[in-house]
Ligand binder design. Structure first.
Ligand SMILES: N[C@@H](CCC(=O)N[C@@H](CS)C(=O)NCC(=O)O)C(=O)O
Length: 216
């Protein structure tokens, strides 16, 4: 059995980011479920490895790492055999990093601003300004994909698995992508990526939570 453990919860987008990156890199993992609904992230043992009490966390033979995108980079650097997944070339790598930062500082922030109040039953409809804000960011993603098959160029990278996994929950909720033809094409490509089937159920759980509380 592998000595690389990933502490994981399927409905968590960041956890899905780490899992999909591992599948793209092709490194075997031992999955340890941390049930957030049972608040297992607050157990004494888990807090010792991740004081931020969140998933994912990686334990690579005693080397502990949290933050989904940092985990993705680490796995690609340490175990990747295909340089194109996370290029060593400084400029190519900078573009991959830029896409991942765009995800965590913009896309994800705007997606959560919509989904979290709905999931936690504070809102039951999507405010127009939040919808416009998120769509404005999606149009940036669509632009990145205009002349490229993948988000950082002609090769699939950990930026694709990151953005795909990060957005998979709101896409599973049925977000209208009709204005974003390049994203639609990219999503079809993503459906052939390793790990896609494995994270589908978790994305659906998240999407269903959003849909359940939305006023019809
Ligand atoms: N920036 C972190 C965020 C991780 C995160 O927000 N995880 C959430 C689930 S989506 C979590 O575990 N929350 C439980 C808690 O904070 O107690 C990452 O990308 O890894």
């Amino acid at each position: 059995m592998s000595s690389i453990k990933l502490y994981y919860y399927p409905a968590s987008g960041p956890a899905r980011i780490a899992l999909m990156a591992a599948r793209l890199v092709g490194v075997p993992l031992q999955i340890e479920i941390v049930d957030l609904m049972k608040r297992e992230q607050f157990s004494e043992a888990y807090l010792k490895i991740n004081p931020q009490h969140c998933v994912p966390t990686l334990d690579d033979d005693g080397f502990i790492l949290s933050e989904s995108r940092a985990i993705a980079c680490y796995l690609a650097d340490k175990y990747g055999t295909d340089d194109s997944i996370y290029p060593k070339d400084i400029k190519k790598r900078a573009i991959v990093n830029q896409r991942m930062y765009f995800d965590c500082s913009t896309l994800l922030v705007k997606m959560r601003a919509i989904c979290h109040p709905i999931i936690f039953n504070i809102e039951n409809e999507i405010k127009e300004n939040l919808r416009d804000d998120f769509n404005a960011s999606l149009s940036v993603l669509d632009k990145y994909l205009e002349n490229n098959e993948w988000v950082a160029g002609e090769h699939v990278t950990i930026a694709d698995t990151t953005i795909f996994a990060s957005m998979s929950g709101i896409f599973a909720a049925g977000w209208d992508l009709s204005y974003f033809p390049n994203i639609q094409r990219w999503l079809k490509n993503c459906s052939n990526l390793p790990g896609y089937e494995e994270i589908k159920e978790g994305a659906k759980i998240y999407g269903d939570l959003v849909k359940k509380n939305l006023k019809q």
